[in-house]
Design a protein around this ligand. Structure first.
Ligand code: NAI
Ligand code: MG
Length: 363
């Protein structure tokens, strides 16, 4: 099989960490696992400098045609003054919207070797492996009306609208249940049905989809605020958590801090399956940004970026054994004590971006 990738390194450390991913892709390609064809393009500030837009129409066409987009990071102080609609970060919003990437997957994995870097005690996080599935294209971030109005008495009123339709909830529920089937067959659905109508509908639809289509998967409902508390109290009780756009934003950041460094966290954003091929549009990216403070120094941690490609192996290419192999290589390198500066412990000498890439490939 042949897969066609669009690599968008972006700005800052984006180019440095993408160089390591390319070597990993080539490693798998050279072993005949699959044929990976890839093309590069500009995105973010570098694209703005070249064509005055954070993502060009030609790049968008390539992204729409690709089997997966592998995205680095965008932004930096150089572009702080550019107009809002062409700022580097606008590229990601455009990609998410045009590729209709409604499902955001954020794993929170705590490697035993890094458990002491967690915000929690080692015993609470060691071996943690949870997956947060966040609805990404609906809810209060997009619902209309969305405005600030001045009332007759001079006061102001701000309105955001939390809006979900049943098909939007059904499709994100199916993504979560499908993922759970390939893991430990447990889903926790987080909403606030006690105070929000959208929470009532969310609860009803997820319950129905679970009962009718995924009777083999255990479903639990949890109020989103309680979920935040439980993530900090006893995170290993969860496996897959499915939730809406706003709660997912918050819960995934809470989960991120359980695992240690920002430089370790991958993510995937998936669209609907194509009617004929069954393949989903997808974009894979690290959770972190372009880290202007360390850009150009060769010290960025490439693991979040490499693990994002691992998610592409797993979720876009169906290469599960290869994805597992890559995860084991990352865990193995960490177990041997290799650390980039962001995850280094006192008394150890940190390695650079390329040395970390070398070590993962060797492992
Ligand atoms: P950031 O994630 O770029 O950096 C936060 C801190 O974490 C910095 O101290 C940085 O050095 C460190 N860090 C991040 N990734 C690292 C890695 N792989 N290895 C080692 N250390 C790492 O967030 P910040 O500073 O708030 O934003 C910088 C720029 O990135 C801004 O222009 C922002 O808009 C943009 N950004 C872009 C995102 C994206 O492309 N998806 C996401 C978040 C921010
Ligand atoms: Mg956030």
């Amino acid at each position: 099989t042949s897969f066609n990738l669009l690599l968008l390194p972006g700005d800052g450390i984006g180019t440095e960490i993408m160089a390591e991913v390319k070597r990993v892709i080539d490693w798998f390609g050279a072993r005949g696992v699959a044929s990976f064809e890839y093309e590069h393009d500009l995105v973010g500030g570098s694209a703005y400098d070249a064509h005055g837009k954070a993502v060009s129409e030609a790049t968008m066409a390539k992204a729409l045609a690709a089997d997966a987009v592998i995205f680095g990071a965008v932004g930096g102080p150089k572009w702080d003054g550019v107009p809002y609609d062409v700022r580097p970060e606008a590229a990601l919003l455009r990609l998410r919207k045009d590729l209709a990437l409604f499902a955001n997957l954020r794993p929170a994995i705590c490697y035993p070797a890094l458990a002491d870097a967690s915000s929690l005690k080692r015993e609470l996080v060691e071996g943690l492996d949870i997956l947060i599935v966040r609805e990404l294209t609906g809810g209060v971030y997009f619902g209309e009306p969305k405005e600030i109005v001045t009332l007759e008495n001079g006061q102001k009123r701000a309105v955001d609208t939390q809006l979900y339709t049943s098909p939007e909830i059904e499709r994100i529920a199916r993504v979560a249940f499908d993922l759970a089937r390939a893991r430990n067959k447990r889903v926790a659905s987080a909403e606030k049905r006690n105070v929000m109508k959208s929470g009532v509908l969310w609860n009803q639809i997820v319950t129905r989809v679970g009962k009718e289509e995924y009777a083999d998967v255990a479903l639990e409902h949890v109020l989103a605020d309680n979920c935040a508390m439980q993530l900090v109290r006893r995170p290993k009780q969860y496996d897959v958590i499915v939730t809406d756009n706003l709660f997912g934003d918050i819960l995934s950041d809470v989960a991120a801090m359980l695992t240690g460094s920002l430089g370790m966290l991958p993510s995937a954003s998936l669209g609907a399956p194509d009617a004929t091929t069954g393949r989903r549009k997808a974009l894979y990216e690290p959770v972190h940004g372009s880290a202007p403070d360390i850009a150009g120094k060769g010290i960025a941690n490439p693991i979040a970026m490499i693990a994002s490609f691992g998610m592409a192996l797993r979720y876009s290419f169906g290469l599960v054994a290869e994805a597992d192999l890559l995860d084991r290589a990352i865990a193995g390198v960490l177990a041997k004590g290799l650390r980039t500066a962001d995850i280094a412990t006192a008394g150890t000498t940190p390695c650079g971006t390329t040395a970390m890439g070398d070590a993962i490939i060797a492992e």
